[in-house]
Design a protein around this ligand. Structure first.
Ligand SMILES: [Cu+2]
Length: 204
């Protein structure tokens, strides 16, 4: 998994500093990828599900998508968590908020310190649907750096994030979870149409 990369980067940086070359660590970094997606599935006993698309621009990452089956008119904490593992029934396997900068939890909409994985609350309409598009900064997609969100998890919580309580905004249980994965390459050729198997005409 990814943590093993970090000592290598640190070592490269130390060697680089010792020999006066400034770019060795940067050579280990990859270009960002254009797009990734997380399919959020409900945790045990919940129904919320949706799709989140993440793509880099020159100021950070654009995050957009739709979620259904939320509480009508509800407000829900929405974060990137540090471990790309949604296998636990309560999504506890996704770990804590993604926080490479070791900041306090806070409001991503202000200049106050906050986790890299803090995002604005989801707000559902009267039917329990939410659609959203916003930008988060201080994070990257697929470059292998410490702020890279690829392979991390996106989690929706039962309650609103108050953007203040530590460590996670008092947002309650995890109701949906999905791992941020590279979007599959677009299909270049249309798939051949499957002809239904020929059968004898039904009698009568
Ligand atoms: Cu969370």
């Amino acid at each position: 998994m990814r943590p093993s990369i970090l000592p290598c980067l640190a070592l490269a940086a130390a060697v680089s500093a010792a020999f006066g070359h400034g770019h060795a660590a940067a050579a280990d970094m990859k270009a960002q990828i254009n797009e990734a997606r997380a399919e959020l599935a409900p945790t045990q006993g919940n129904r919320a599900r949706g799709t989140v698309t993440v793509s880099p621009d020159n100021r950070g990452l654009r995050v957009s998508g739709t979620v259904a089956n939320l509480r009508a008119n509800g407000e829900h904490g929405f974060h990137i968590h540090a471990v790309g593992d949604c296998s636990a029934a309560d999504a506890s396997s996704a770990g804590d908020h993604f926080n490479p900068g070791n900041h306090n939890h806070g409001n991503p909409g202000t200049s106050a310190p906050h986790h890299a994985g803090d995002m604005p609350n989801l707000k559902a309409d009267a039917r329990g649907n939410a659609s959203f598009a916003f930008r988060i900064s201080g994070v990257t997609l697929g470059d292998g750096g410490e702020a890279d969100v690829l392979g991390k998890a996106i989690v929706i919580h039962a309650d609103a994030d108050d953007y203040a309580s530590q460590p996670a905004g008092n947002a309650g249980a995890r109701i949906a979870c999905g791992v941020i994965e590279a979007a599959p390459a677009p299909t270049l050729a249309p798939q051949p149409v499957q002809e239904p198997p020929t059968t004898e005409p039904a009698a009568g």
